[in-house]
Design a protein around this ligand. Structure first.
Ligand SMILES: O=C(O)CCC(=O)C(=O)O
Length: 510
């Protein structure tokens, strides 16, 4: 069986009227009105952003913080109005199961979430003790749901809108990657990968010791064929290094291969849609020339869709995802241990001066007087094991670590949409302030415009976007939303009022 379709072409399922009503939280609206309100809000924001962008000019100065701040605040208000601020009453999952990795003892137990927490203060499960206690007192488990029993509406209401993690089982049926990249015993088919994609250039990160920052060590550029050769040497005990292949832009590099299809839960993905629109369907090779020669560029020309491949023991250190995006990650082979901390406790991950981010939840073992708040962080964190065919939804701003407990091959995407764009914007503002402060002493030596250009360049290097890219991103998506709504006939003058259409693209709105 061939893979269902290219992940690029797929769209999320439509939300039901009932869910729209819940999101809008307008108890007086009829269902139909709720749907119209949603369409109306989307039209308004699309009109405003598009017309401002195209008629306001593309002068860097117009992209000043306040201008975009206003734009995105309104976008947030219109697209994510109540959903991000409502009190949520998540249902009791009530499905206690064991973790997926049978070869690992003491798999996590799963719990239900408590009801009536706000999105910003919501905590995962109550603390319980399990057989395994990797980092001393860490809570076990996040809800585990079966893909064929979880509706898109439930995913949105229970996890995406309140920004809570979930593990979704059974999402890889029919994937070419599950069939061809893994053998009958469930082991990674390195020979297939090396034969088929051997020339691909990848980055392998050293995870050899704690001195590497627990998985954030030196990076080596090599071909996949070379990486497969290293893997053989490693298994034969002939190479001391532990190398983790990360962030391989597989879809970008092999757009016609159709290795998998994005699970419907994760298809409302403005970030990758934007990069697809930019590339006009043509994918860059993910590389570009710069002053120092060729370097990998996942910022400007590429996308946020990745393949990860690493032997047991490889790790990813503590981080929150790029641009405060959501991520999803699916195991094709192997088992991962995830540890996640809700955003309101992020400060506990920093050293006692608030400067350095701990590389791991147990980094205080090596530096006890330095990372003094990690014991407290562990109390608020959750851990879960992820097995084959399971997709974890990692919410925005949740710092996390990943450890491959077995040889593991996985696919992951980062994504933004109306539910988390406001967090991306918050991050960009912080990055802007940081980048500005870092070169403050240059102000006297260059013009305002030169200074701004420098700040924007550093910002893009640090977090993946400058204000111009952010503006283009929001405007493109707004326009796309508008076109989709128009094509679907979801907009009518009767619903939106006679003036709404005139706003589109022609008058400076707002
Ligand atoms: O699988 C890994 O090692 C890291 C993946 C990750 O951090 C993510 O998907 O957010």
């Amino acid at each position: 069986m061939t893979a269902p379709c290219n992940p690029i072409a797929l769209k999320p399922p439509p939300l039901s009227l009932q869910t729209l009503e819940t999101l809008l939280n307008r108890s007086n609206d009829t269902l139909e009105q709720a749907s119209h309100s949603e369409a109306s809000r989307r039209l308004k924001v699309a009109s405003m952003v598009y017309s401002r962008w195209t008629e306001g000019g593309k002068d860097e100065a117009v992209l000043a913080e306040r201008y975009l701040d206003g734009t995105i605040d309104v976008l947030d208000l219109l697209l994510c109005e109540d959903s991000c601020r409502t009190n949520w009453s998540p249902v009791d999952h009530g499905n206690k199961t064991t973790g997926p990795c049978s070869s690992i003892s003491g798999a996590s137990t799963l719990l239900s979430r408590p009801a009536d927490r706000t999105a910003s203060s919501v905590e995962p499960d109550q603390e319980i003790q399990t057989g395994v206690n990797h980092t001393g007192g860490m809570r076990a488990g996040i809800p585990r749901r079966s893909a064929d029993q979880l509706t898109y509406d439930d995913f949105v209401l229970q996890y995406m809108a309140p920004n809570l993690p979930v593990m979704i089982q059974g999402v890889t049926q029919g994937w070419a990657a599950s069939r061809d990249w893994v053998d009958e015993e469930g082991e990674i088919s390195l020979s297939f990968l090396a034969e088929r994609f051997g020339n691909a250039q990848i980055w392998a990160t050293e995870c050899t010791s704690a001195a590497d920052g627990y998985g954030g060590g030196r990076r080596h550029e090599m071909s996949l064929r070379e990486y497969a050769a290293w893997w053989k040497q490693d298994k034969a005990g002939l190479d001391d290094r532990l190398l983790y292949l990360k962030d391989w832009h597989f879809v970008n590099e092999f757009p016609d291969y159709q290795a998998y299809s994005t699970p419907p839960f994760f298809r409302d993905d403005w970030l990758n849609d934007y990069y697809d629109m930019r590339s006009g369907g043509k994918h860059s090779d993910g590389w570009h020339e710069d002053e120092g020669g060729r370097s990998h560029d996942s910022i400007v020309n590429s996308d946020y869709r990745f393949v990860y491949l690493g032997p047991a023991g490889t790790k990813t250190p503590v981080h929150a995802d790029v641009l405060n995006s959501f991520s999803w990650s699916v195991n094709l082979a192997g088992c991962k241990l995830w540890r996640l901390l809700p955003p309101q406790h992020t400060h506990l991950l920093y050293d006692r001066f608030g400067n350095e981010l701990a590389p791991a939840f147990d980094a205080d073992e090596a530096r006890p007087g330095h990372f003094t708040n990690l014991a407290a962080a562990r109390k608020h964190a959750v851990e879960v094991q992820q097995g084959i065919g399971e997709a974890i939804f990692v919410p925005s701003g949740w710092h996390h670590t990943v450890e491959n407990l077995e040889d593991t091959l996985s696919i992951n995407h980062n994504w933004l949409n109306g539910f988390n764009l406001h967090w991306a914007w918050e991050l960009l503002q912080k990055e802007y302030a940081g980048a500005s402060a870092a070169i403050d002493d240059c102000r006297a030596t260059c013009s305002g415009q030169e200074f701004e250009a420098l700040v924007q360049r550093n910002m893009a290097a640090n977090c993946g976007m400058d204000f111009r890219a952010a503006g283009e991103f929001v405007a493109s998506i707004a326009l796309r939303e508008l076109q989709l709504l128009e094509a679907a006939g979801a907009l009518s003058v009767a619903v939106l009022g006679p003036d709404s259409r005139n706003d589109y693209g022609h008058q400076g709105a707002g």
